[in-house]
Design a protein around this ligand. Structure first.
Ligand SMILES: *[C@@H]1O[C@H](CO)[C@@H](O)[C@H](O)[C@H]1NC(C)=O
Ligand SMILES: *[C@@H]1O[C@H](CO)[C@@H](O)[C@H](O)[C@H]1NC(C)=O
Ligand SMILES: *[C@@H]1O[C@H](CO)[C@@H](O)[C@H](O)[C@H]1NC(C)=O
Ligand SMILES: *[C@@H]1O[C@H](CO)[C@@H](O)[C@H](O)[C@H]1NC(C)=O
Ligand SMILES: *[C@@H]1O[C@H](CO)[C@@H](O)[C@H](O)[C@H]1NC(C)=O
Ligand SMILES: *[C@@H]1O[C@H](CO)[C@@H](O)[C@H](O)[C@H]1NC(C)=O
Length: 600
C-alpha cells in the first residue's frame, strides 16, 4: 500500500486561499497546477484559480478550461488540450486525464479518496468543511426581527431560518459573527398595548406567555378603539395610547418601566423558542435602541449635503439621479411624522461604530428590496465608504402556512404544529414508535427539520406554498428523509461497535473497489467546495441539494456494500466509509441549523 500523506504533501501552499490539509480538492488542484505549469509559462497560482469543479461527475471531478488560462495566446485550443492530456502523468492523485474540446478533465484517484480523504474527514470531524477564509473579519447578520405584539409571520420564519444558516456558515469560515435581532419594539403600538394592558392585562398570563398575551390584548384593545371611533367619532383610548407613547418618548419613568417589562419578557420567550432552532443572538437590538440624537444627526447631515428637498410640505430625498428605479424617498411626511428610513440609516452608522463590521447582512424579505436599495444609496450619498460591505439577502414569500386550528400566529405555533403532526405520523408505525426512547423530543427535532428543509430547498428568491403532508413525508427530498438517512448510518455504526476503526492507518481501503463507493467519496470530497460556493451566493439550497445527493448515494451503496457478515478487513473499510458519510451529513445538517437525530 502506497502511503499517501496530506500533511507532507503541501510543500508550499500556492495560494493563501488554498487549504490542502482541510480541503482535498485544494490539494488536487495544486497538484494539477504543478503538472500543467510545466507545459506553459503560467504561474501555478493562476492555474489553480482557473480550475473548476465539473457540474456532473460523469465529466470527471475537475476541469481546466483552456480558453480561460490561454486567453491571450493564439493557438489551437483543442489540439493543445489533447497534447497536454497525453503528456500529463497519472499518479496516486489523478487517475485519468481526458480532453473534451478545449477542456481538460481530471478524475481524482480513488486511492487518494479512500486512503487520504476518509481519514482526513474522520480526523477533522465536525470541522470538516470549515475553511479559515474569513481571517477574523467581522460579519454582522441581522435576521428574524419580529414585531413585539404583532404576529410572527412567514417572512420572519424565513428570515430566522436563512439567517441562522448564514451565521453558522460565516462562523465556520472563520468570521466573527454578530447575530443581531432588530426587534420592532417602538412606536404607537406600545401606547395601545399599555392602555390595553391596563384594561385586560393579567400578570400571570404575561409571565407565562408574554408574546401570546400581549398579542391577545393588542387585538382586543384595537377592536375597542375601532368601536369607540365608530360610535363617538373619536376614541378616548386612542388618545390615552398616544399620550402613553409621548411619555415613552419623553422618557417618563412609569411608561419606560412598563415598556421595558413587555420587551424583556418577550425577549425571554423568544430566546426560548429560538433555542429549539439552535439559534441564539449576540444582540437583541431594535427600533427603540437607535438613539434619538443619532437620528437627528443623520437628518442634519442630509441637510448639510443638500440631499433633502421640500415637496408639498413633506421632506424627500430624490434618488432618481443615482438610479431611476430608486425613486424619491419620503423621510418626513407633511404632518411631521418621520418614516423609518432615517432611523435605519442611523442604525447602520451606529452598528459600524460599535461592531466595526467588515460585512453587514440584512436577511429581509424581497418585498423590502426597494427600501434596502434606497437605504444603501443614501448611505453612499452620505459618503460612508463602507456602503459596499452591505448585503441584502432577500427571499420570496410563503403561502398557506396554517395549523389545524387555524392561522399561524407565532413561531412557537409553527414548531408545536410540526412536532404534533410528526408525532401523528410516527405513531402510525407502531413497532418502531415503541422503540424510541423519547418520542416527543425526536418528533420535535424531525418536525423542525421538515419545516427548515422545505424552506431552504428552493432558491430563496422563489415563493413556495406550505404543505404539511409533503414536508413530513419520509419519502422524497424532505427533512424527515434526511434525518432517516443520518440515523440509519448511525445505527450501522452502533450495530458494529465491536469493529474498531480508531486506528485508521490499519484499514486496508484497497478492499473497496465498487464504483458506487467511489462516487460517494467523490461527493464527500466536494463538501468544503459546496460551502465555499454558499458563502458567495448565500443560497442554503446549495447545501440542501448536496446533502440529498449524498443521502441518495449512501442508499445506493447499502444495496451492495454490506458491513455485517463480511470479513473483518472489509467490514472495517466499509464502516469507515459510512462513518465519513455520516460525518458529512452531520456537518451539513448542523450548519443548516438542524439537530441530526441518532435514532428514529
Ligand atoms: C478515462 O476517461 C475516459 C473518458 O471518460 C474513459 O473513456 C476512459 O476509459 C478512462 N480511462 C481510465 C483508465 O479510466
Ligand atoms: C430587563 O432586562 C435588563 C437586561 O437583561 C435588566 O437589566 C432589567 O433589569 C430588566 N428589566 C425589567 C423591568 O425586567
Ligand atoms: C457640513 O459639512 C461640512 C463638511 O463636512 C462641515 O465642515 C460643516 O461643519 C457641516 N455643517 C453643519 C451645519 O453641520
Ligand atoms: C412571489 O409572489 C409575489 C406575490 O404574489 C409576486 O409578486 C412575486 O412575483 C412572486 N415571486 C416569484 C419569484 O415568483
Ligand atoms: C480501538 O483502538 C484504539 C487504538 O488502536 C484503542 O486505543 C482503543 O482502546 C480501541 N477501542 C476499543 C473500544 O477497543
Ligand atoms: C489489502 O487488500 C488487498 C486486496 O485484497 C490485498 O492485496 C493486500 O494484500 C491487502 N494489504 C494488506 C496490508 O493487508
Amino acid at each position: 500500500m502506497i502511503k499517501l500523506n496530506i500533511r507532507l504533501i503541501c510543500k508550499r501552499c500556492i495560494s493563501s486561499a488554498s487549504f490542502p490539509r482541510l480541503n482535498g480538492i485544494d490539494l488536487i488542484k495544486e497538484r494539477i497546477a504543478d503538472k500543467v505549469s510545466k507545459f506553459c509559462d503560467i504561474e501555478p497560482n493562476e492555474i489553480t484559480k482557473s480550475i473548476d469543479l465539473t457540474n456532473n461527475l460523469d465529466k470527471g471531478d475537475l476541469i481546466i478550461p483552456l480558453p480561460k488560462i490561454l486567453k491571450d495566446k493564439k493557438c489551437d485550443l483543442k489540439a493543445t488540450a489533447k497534447e497536454w492530456c497525453e503528456n500529463i502523468k497519472r499518479d496516486d492523485y489523478i487517475s485519468n486525464v481526458t480532453a473534451s474540446g478545449p477542456f481538460i478533465q481530471f478524475e481524482i484517484n480513488p486511492k487518494f479518496l479512500f486512503q487520504e480523504l476518509v481519514p482526513n474527514i474522520l480526523s477533522l470531524g465536525g470541522n470538516y468543511g470549515s475553511l479559515p477564509l474569513g481571517n477574523d473579519k467581522t460579519a454582522l447578520i441581522e435576521f428574524s426581527s419580529p414585531n413585539i405584539a404583532k404576529p410572527f409571520h412567514a417572512g420572519h420564519l424565513r428570515s430566522t431560518i436563512i439567517g441562522g444558516f448564514l451565521s453558522n456558515l460565516y462562523q465556520k469560515f472563520g468570521w466573527n459573527v454578530v447575530r443581531m435581532n432588530y426587534l420592532g419594539d417602538w412606536g404607537k403600538q406600545f401606547g395601545i398595548l399599555a392602555v390595553g394592558y391596563q384594561k385586560y392585562g393579567d400578570e400571570n398570563k404575561l409571565l407565562k406567555n408574554p408574546i401570546n398575551h400581549l398579542f391577545e390584548i393588542y387585538v382586543r384593545i384595537n377592536k375597542d378603539i375601532e368601536n369607540e371611533k365608530r360610535d363617538f367619532g373619536e376614541s378616548e383610548l386612542d388618545k390615552r395610547a398616544k399620550k402613553f407613547f409621548r411619555d415613552l418618548e419623553d422618557g417618563q419613568k412609569d411608561a419606560i418601566e412598563l415598556w421595558t417589562k413587555f420587551r424583556n419578557l418577550s425577549i425571554e420567550k423568544y430566546t426560548e423558542t429560538y433555542k429549539r432552532l439552535n439559534i441564539y443572538y449576540d444582540v437583541y437590538s431594535g427600533e427603540s435602541q437607535v438613539a434619538k440624537d443619532a437620528i437627528e444627526k443623520v437628518h442634519l447631515n442630509l441637510i448639510n449635503k443638500s440631499l433633502i428637498q421640500d415637496s408639498n410640505g413633506a421632506q424627500i430625498i430624490d434618488l432618481t439621479e443615482s438610479e431611476k428605479a430608486l425613486g424619491k424617498v419620503v423621510i418626513k411626511k407633511s404632518d411631521g411624522t418621520s418614516l423609518y428610513i432615517t432611523r435605519d440609516v442611523a442604525a447602520a452608522i451606529e452598528r459600524k461604530e460599535t461592531y466595526h463590521f467588515d460585512r453587514m447582512i440584512y436577511v429581509v424579505a424581497s418585498q423590502q428590496d426597494l427600501h434596502l436599495k434606497q437605504l444603501f444609496e443614501i448611505l453612499r450619498l452620505l459618503d460612508y465608504e463602507w456602503t459596499d460591505s452591505l448585503v441584502h439577502v432577500n427571499f420570496g414569500m410563503v403561502q398557506g402556512m396554517s395549523t389545524r386550528k387555524g392561522t399561524v400566529v407565532f413561531l412557537d405555533n409553527i414548531l408545536e404544529e410540526a412536532k404534533n403532526q410528526m408525532l401523528t405520523v410516527m405513531s402510525k408505525s407502531d413497532h418502531k414508535f415503541a422503540q424510541i426512547e423519547n418520542p416527543e423530543y425526536v418528533a420535535d427535532l424531525i418536525g423542525i427539520s421538515a419545516v427548515m428543509i422545505q424552506d431552504m430547498q428552493g432558491k430563496r428568491i422563489n415563493n413556495y406554498s406550505f404543505n404539511w403532508e409533503r414536508i413530513l413525508s419520509f419519502e422524497g427530498d424532505t427533512g424527515p428523509y434526511l434525518q432517516y438517512a443520518h440515523s440509519r448510518l448511525k445505527s450501522i455504526e452502533d450495530k458494529n461497535s465491536n469493529i474498531n476503526i480508531t486506528d485508521l492507518s490499519a484499514i486496508n481501503f484497497s478492499l473497496i473497489k465498487e464504483p458506487e463507493a467511489i462516487t460517494l467519496m467523490r461527493l464527500l470530497s466536494r463538501y468544503p467546495e459546496v460551502l465555499k460556493k454558499c458563502i458567495e451566493t448565500h443560497e442554503p439550497s446549495t447545501v440542501v441539494t448536496y446533502l440529498f445527493k449524498v443521502a441518495h448515494q449512501v442508499s445506493t451503496c447499502y444495496r451492495k456494500l454490506w458491513v455485517s457478515g463480511q470479513d473483518e478487513d472489509t467490514a472495517m473499510a466499509r464502516l469507515a466509509l459510512y462513518a465519513a458519510s455520516r460525518q458529512v451529513l452531520h456537518n451539513g445538517m448542523t450548519i443548516l441549523g438542524i439537530t441530526p437525530v441518532d435514532r428514529m
